[in-house]
Design a protein around this ligand. Structure first.
Ligand code: SAM
Ligand code: SF4
Length: 477
């Protein structure tokens, strides 16, 4: 089979900052790919050996329609998840800072023409109240979210990041702030980098120009190429930790999976490292939204697409959000998700107002499917023997932009990720859990420590665990 995945080849073609999506290339691959059971199995095997898949190999998985083969693809993804990521799940929460917006994305409740939306921009004081409320539940990692508006420029974003880091509560502080905002220019990215951000996330929404034009009818976001090259400018500003995504439901889902993969290839060709994370939100109900149902992605196809993404990019983090309902989240997590949000409330000011369970679409961007509290999600994860992690160590130790180290450096996961997950879970159990969850959590930690018993410095971990129990905080490797 002809290999399409060749970063070297893309390096010649994809000069930095140049739009690199070619619709006909993607459709040609999708249309010309033949599927056979042997081929599907060989490709799953290649992925299980932790190899990246080419666009063409991924197309084979996308085009496999035989239910038996689909089950094999899902089983492959589950195995890969266990093999590569183990049972850690990193936890974060979104914090919406402002919903003013000059764009008109027809699927979004924040769009400029939606007069029903209450427009709110959190003041410094309100940001502090929100962060305090989040810290009081045990959160350590946030993603700040903004509409696109002249008011939310790079200085504003940088100031809000600094405000978040300043809030110290009795039991802790936010240790990592990621961003989901409009694409900036290079100078803008430099300013937000200086404020100490983790990942800068921009979703392309759809990688198909015509569909993009249909859904982005006015405002700066109308410019497909400005958005597509948004994270190249971040790289220019030395932000090497970036997240990409597609909004599923705007165009053909198989095309979008290949679009995401093409974006990964571009990064690998130009910067020698792919994006840190891929997000795959599905369009949800929003105030006054207008979406063509033709491309709606069923639950069944959603599960398939996550499994295929897992197999296509074994080393890229996959983020699943609370847009999806609890049961589906549980199924999809098993297929290879590495990060989820929990305790999510996307209403502006919603965390400190405790509007938790009541959703009001005129106060938020879209409807979420999983409204459980952080405590409920953690309890559930522990019950299912997942290891919830609030780890922020790599970013704080400067181990960024090379997230694949986790997988390429022998023993990295055991040495760092697993131990840091244990230490951050222990902090959570000490500071926020009920006695029942605390007991279950420490039983889980015992099991995980036994799995680590062959690592060199297990005594270091045990010592630090004792210190956490004695009241010390923020210990990490
Ligand atoms: N305003 C910035 C932008 O558009 O890039 C920041 C991010 S926006 C607030 C966050 C993301 O939410 C968008 O990139 C889009 O993918 C997603 N989104 C918007 N409307 C949605 C809807 N109705 N359902 C699900 N996700 C939606
Ligand atoms: Fe504005 Fe972002 Fe919503 Fe588009 S998706 S209307 S840019 S907030």
């Amino acid at each position: 089979m002809k290999m399409i995945y060749k970063p070297q080849e893309y390096r010649i073609k994809d000069e930095r900052m140049k739009p690199f999506i070619d619709e006909s290339e993607i459709w040609e691959i999708l249309n010309n790919t033949q599927v056979s059971a042997d081929n599907v199995r060989a490709i799953i095997k290649k992925s299980l050996a932790k190899n990246r898949l080419s666009l063409q190999e991924t197309a084979v998985l996308l085009k496999a329609e035989d239910p038996e083969l689909i089950e094999e693809i899902k089983a492959g993804a589950r195995t890969l998840k266990e093999k590569v990521y183990g049972d850690r799940i990193v936890i974060f929460a979104p914090l919406y800072i402002g919903n003013k917006c000059v764009n008109n994305c027809t699927y979004c409740g924040f769009r400029a023409s939606n007069k029903k939306q209450h427009r709110i921009t959190l003041s410094d004081e309100q940001i502090k109240m929100e962060v305090k409320a989040l810290e009081d539940t045990g959160q350590k990692r946030l993603i700040l979210v903004y509409g696109e508006h002249p008011m939310y420029d790079a200085d504003f974003i940088a100031d809000s990041v600094r405000s978040v880091y300043k809030v110290k509560s009795a039991n802790g502080e936010i240790r990592r702030v990621n961003i989901n905002a409009a694409p900036l220019d290079v100078e803008g990215y430099k300013k937000v980098k200086e404020a100490g951000i983790g990942t800068y996330q921009i979703f392309q929404e759809t990688y198909h120009r015509e569909a993009y034009a249909k859904y982005h009818i006015s405002g700066k976001k109308k410019d497909f190429n400005w958005r597509l090259t948004g994270l190249d400018r971040a790289q220019e500003a030395l932000i090497d930790d970036v997240g990409i995504g597609a909004l599923f439901g705007l165009y053909d889902w198989k095309y979008e999976v290949l679009g995401l993969l093409r974006h990964v290839n571009h990064f690998e060709a130009c910067y020698n490292v792919g994006p840190h994370t891929i997000s795959f939100p599905r369009v949800k109900a929003a105030s006054d939204s207008n979406i063509d149902e033709k491309y709606e992605v069923s639950d069944e196809d959603f599960v398939r697409l996550v499994a295929i993404l897992r197999l296509a990019v074994p080393y890229t983090g996959l983020i699943l959000t609370a847009r999806e309902p609890q049961e589906l989240r549980e199924e999809v997590i098993r297929l290879g998700v590495s990060q989820i949000d929990a305790g999510t409330n996307i209403q502006l000011g919603g965390y400190s107002e405790d509007s938790a369970k009541k959703q009001d679409l005129e106060m938020e961007q879209f409807e979420i499917g999983d409204t459980r509290s952080l405590a409920e999600v953690i309890d559930e994860l522990i019950e299912k023997q997942y290891l919830p992690s609030f780890c922020t160590a790599c970013y704080r130790k400067g181990r960024t932009g090379e997230h694949f180290m986790e997988f390429s450096v022998p023993g990295f996961i055991k040495r760092y990720c697993a131990q840091n997950a244990i230490l951050t879970l222990a902090e959570y159990l000490e500071d926020y859990a009920t006695s029942e969850v605390k007991e279950k959590g420490y039983q889980l930690i015992d099991v995980k420590i036994k799995e680590l018993k062959d690592i060199q410095k297990i005594d270091d971990l045990l010592d630090r665990l004792k210190l956490v129990k004695a009241g010390e905080r923020d210990l990490y490797f």
